[in-house]
Design a protein around this ligand. Structure first.
Ligand code: ATP
Length: 216
């Protein structure tokens, strides 16, 4: 059975906190592909300054080039207005056909899921895969969402592939892995200040940022 995970984000820039947890999710669910989906116009970041789609797409391609199972989608480039996940999922499934599909997000995004456009419908459409971000996890994370949402949660243990049934309600899979303390907002500020962020951002991405003088 082919299993594909769609990983939405701004990726401004992509960093270790995206890449390593995505690998852990791929292992935990036996994913054949993880498709990074740079947002066209992220609904939660309307009005905030953002690097162009072209640069964010290029950086995400560079960040994932060493991983044969990691791909990048340009699907949201052409869309007008805020790009909602609920609208992207059917288009992504058409572009990346698979028997089982998942939407990957960080735990900080998951605790805000009820603010997403048509969020309850999204939870009936696709399984979610939640990555451990240092800011929210465990009981506090589950208390932040409605109880019927928390009841859909299953925990994926490291070193074991979790089978997720296609029957019954869509599941919410929590991937247990050591959190990686990295955030794009902080990295942009550090790059702007001339600090070294090697190890947190792939070298090829850092070269791209330097060449095009991004975040200056
Ligand atoms: P910003 O600081 O600009 O908000 P970010 O670092 O959160 O950016 P995004 O591109 O907005 O990066 O995140 C894309 C997805 O990846 C989100 O679902 C987010 O929760 C998740 N994510 C980001 N950083 C981490 C991390 N360190 N660990 C786990 N998940 C993460």
């Amino acid at each position: 059975m082919r299993r594909v995970g769609f990983f939405g984000g701004t990726f401004d820039p992509p960093h270790r906190g995206h890449l390593e947890p995505a690998q852990r999710a791929a292992e935990a669910l036996g994913l054949d592909a993880v498709v990074f989906v740079p947002a066209g116009s992220p609904p939660h970041k309307q009005g905030e300054p953002m690097t162009s789609f072209g640069h964010r797409f290029a950086m995400t391609v560079l960040a994932t080039q060493g991983e044969p199972g990691f791909f990048v989608s340009d699907l949201e480039a052409a869309r007008q207005g805020p790009t909602y996940t609920i609208d992207s999922v059917p288009l992504l499934r058409r572009a990346w056909p698979a028997e089982q599909t998942f939407f990957i997000l960080g735990s900080d995004s998951f605790v805000q899921i009820t603010t997403w456009h048509r969020w309850a419908e999204l939870l009936t459409l696709i399984h979610l895969v939640v990555l451990h971000r240092d800011t929210s996890w465990g009981a506090a994370m589950l208390e932040a969402v409605p109880s019927w949402v928390a009841q859909r949660v299953v925990w994926a243990k490291p070193g074991r592939t979790l089978a997720v049934p296609e029957t019954g309600p869509r599941r919410i899979v929590m991937v247990e892995h050591p959190p990686i303390a990295a955030a794009a907002t902080d990295l942009r500020a550090r790059i702007r200040a001339g600090e070294c962020v090697a190890g947190l951002v792939p070298d090829a991405v850092l070269d791209h940022i330097a060449k095009y003088r991004l975040y200056r």
